[in-house]
Design a protein around this ligand. Structure first.
Ligand code: ZN
Length: 135
């Protein structure tokens, strides 16, 4: 598998509107996109930091994955996403090394990326996302 860089860091927040003020007014970053991913019951907001993004995640439903995460663990870092060159091949390789997958196949994430998650039980507690830019 070839990881090229950290694509983004996903951070669960109760309110994007509230959290955005900190990222913009204190850290001086600029939110360049807000997008809803219906499939995941989240609203996302993106900030560029070099070639890595910060992805704020706000739940649009109490029983969505981010809603549940915040209920259990509070706001904070939710996942780390690595950019890979070939997602499907990478997933097969990871699986062959006995790492549990959340997604056996890539699916559509925010910003039109193909994404898949590895299970945190196999990754030392860090929910890990692999993503690739579609052709
Ligand atoms: Zn992500």
């Amino acid at each position: 598998m070839k990881i090229t860089h950290i694509e983004h860091i996903g951070i669960a927040v109760k309110s994007i509107d509230e959290a955005k003020k900190y990222y913009e007014n204190v850290l001086g970053l600029k939110c360049y996109a807000v997008e809803e991913v219906e499939d995941q019951k989240v609203k996302t907001a993106f900030f560029m930091v070099g070639q890595t993004k910060i992805e704020l995640l706000e739940s649009t439903s109490l029983n969505g994955p981010i809603g549940k995460f915040i209920e259990k663990r509070g706001e904070g870092i939710h996942h780390i996403a690595f950019a890979v060159e070939e997602l499907q091949k990478s997933l097969e390789e990871v699986k062959s090394k006995n790492v549990m997958l959340v997604d056996e196949k890539g699916r559509k994430g925010a910003e039109g990326l193909n994404i898949a998650f590895l299970h945190p039980k196999s990754t030392f507690g860090v929910l890990t996302e692999l993503c690739e830019k579609p052709e």
